[in-house]
Design a protein around this ligand. Structure first.
Ligand code: ADP
Ligand code: ADP
Length: 227
């Protein structure tokens, strides 16, 4: 069971003189698939990065299962994250990219091997494990980024525009793959996009942001089929 509570969360960057996120309130249920949408600069990434612990929360509280985690380091939060630019290590093989976070956390070698092969099998990457990222297609690289995120079985899965660098056809199949990962791995997922179709097809609830604030929260039907 993983529920996330953001209560009156604000973010002001050190070098800024106004809030990038203002009074963000959201209560996310176990295994929900939440999608943040809204125009560029409205605060989607900032909010996601605060949840991941990559940015400090200026004001307000963020709780995982009722426990305030504002001051917990990213590696102590049970969170997997995938970025738009994949952030793969170019000098490492696919295997080592996927194993990296596990080694950092001192998983034993046999366990790492089992987890990497399992993730590779889920994502259809088994035959590419010894390649370097430069020798992969865009879709394969994105699957490696997903693989690296899922090897730990973290119950919270954050994705920041993971498909925006892929062509339209690949986006359709990756959308289905991500929805399936969310179901199969039973994660609580937050997904940032500016693509309305992604939001409509994947979300349990959509959070519409504007100017650092939540403008609307609802099911895809509630958000997009308004009279
Ligand atoms: P608090 O008690 O912390 O002030 P609430 O419990 O009243 O917050 O509201 C939080 C919940 O309300 C969130 O889970 C979210 O789904 C919903 N919510 C927050 N802001 C909005 C908004 N602008 N429009 C619609 N729903 C919102
Ligand atoms: P989105 O993800 O919706 O495009 P962001 O969260 O990236 O929006 O940005 C929200 C606001 O915060 C924007 O006004 C942006 O310029 C500002 N911002 C983002 N990152 C930083 C930073 N590191 N320092 C200062 N301001 C930032």
């Amino acid at each position: 069971m993983v529920k996330l509570d953001l209560d009156h969360v604000y973010k002001m960057y050190d070098n800024a003189d106004s809030y990038s996120v203002t009074d963000f309130n959201l209560h996310i249920k176990d295994r929900e698939f939440i999608v943040f949408v809204g125009p560029s600069g409205c605060g989607k990434s900032t909010t996601l990065r605060m949840i991941a612990g990559l940015e400090d929360i200026t004001k307000g509280t963020f709780k995982i299962d009722g426990r305030i985690v504002n001051d917990e380091a990213p590696k102590d939060r049970d969170i997997a994250m995938v970025f738009q630019n994949y952030a793969l290590y170019p000098h490492m093989t696919v295997y080592d990219n996927m194993a990296f976070g596990l080694k950092l956390r001192k998983y034993d070698k046999a366990d790492i091997d089992k987890r990497v092969h399992k993730a590779a099998s889920i994502l259809g990457l088994e035959e590419y494990l010894q390649r370097k990222p430069a020798a992969l297609s865009g879709g394969q690289r994105q699957r490696v980024a997903l693989g690296r995120a899922i090897v730990r079985d973290a119950p919270i899965f954050l994705m920041d525009e993971p498909l925006s660098n892929l062509d339209a056809k690949l986006r359709v199949s990756m959308r289905a793959q991500i929805s399936k990962l969310h179901q199969d791995l039973k994660t609580t997922t937050i997904y940032v996009t500016h693509d309305q179709i992604e939001a409509m097809t994947m979300a349990d609830r959509i959070v519409v942001m504007r100017d650092g604030k939540i403008q609307q929260v609802g099911t895809p039907q509630e958000v997009y089929d308004q009279p």
